[in-house]
Design a protein around this ligand. Sequence first.
Ligand SMILES: Nc1ncnc2c1ncn2[C@@H]1O[C@H](COP(=O)(O)OP(=O)(O)OP(=O)(O)O)[C@@H](O)[C@H]1O
Length: 265
Amino acid sequence: MSAESRTTTVGSTPTATVEGATVRYRTVTALDGVHAEFHPGTTALLGPNGAGKTTLLSLLSTARRPDQGAVSLLGAPVRGRAEVRRVRERIGVLPQSFGYYPRYTVREFVEYAAWLRRVPSAERSERVREALSLVEMERYADRRMGALSGGMLRRAGIAQAVVSRPALVLLDEPTVGLDPAQRIGFRTLIRALGERSAVVMSTHLAEDVAQVCDRIHVLLESRLRFTGTSAELCAQAAGNRGEPLDGSAVEAGYLAVVERNGASV
Ligand SMILES: Nc1ncnc2c1ncn2[C@@H]1O[C@H](COP(=O)(O)OP(=O)(O)OP(=O)(O)O)[C@@H](O)[C@H]1O
């Protein structure tokens, strides 16, 4: 295994670990022997379309199990149904697109998520209030889901993901489709989430990575090809020392990793 295909330990206990994970969909190998650790704070999964980001998130959410390799979540290996049940309530997921009843209000939508994740009924309304406050949607609590804008829908999606106070929050391309002002608001929100949980977000947007993420995993053609901080990714580009640490520096570092691995974007 090359040094680049294995993550470095960064001091804290990982919230999630993927060891040598391979996932196949019939003839397609979506992940190929991936080793990765996910720590408290915010980690980006960066990579082109089809690199395997959503598949890696599906291992972390317990929606899939690897065909080979192992996954540990919240401190213990996840092998069978009992372990899946134990951890699932402590994992919050915002998929790329999610279903909802358009006639539900935002509050009902988040309450339903709290019920599904077995938040005790005595605590439910307080937790719903807390989740809506985190995403600054208290004043839209009685609005119907079917009447929300794209940005509000994403916020409601995050509220349902965090209502059980999860230790691990998985966000699949959370800022896609948002306007620039909404994106800035979202980055603040995601940073705040990273202060209380391990947040893993897949993205194509270098500026999101520069502004939000503590660590970055670059996936290329089903393999993990880089793990490090934003500054370390920036430093992958010749002559780039990571200052200023902005979207273009992250993009240059990312493209250097792509080029070195002979991948296409
Ligand atoms: N249900 C499925 N059946 C067959 N192939 C699949 C399935 N889901 C994903 N794949 C394939 O697995 C590979 C990885 O897909 P995945 O969705 O994990 O990539 P991604 O990095 O999230 O892509 P994107 O950025 O486009 O969302 C791709 O080649 C994809 O076509």
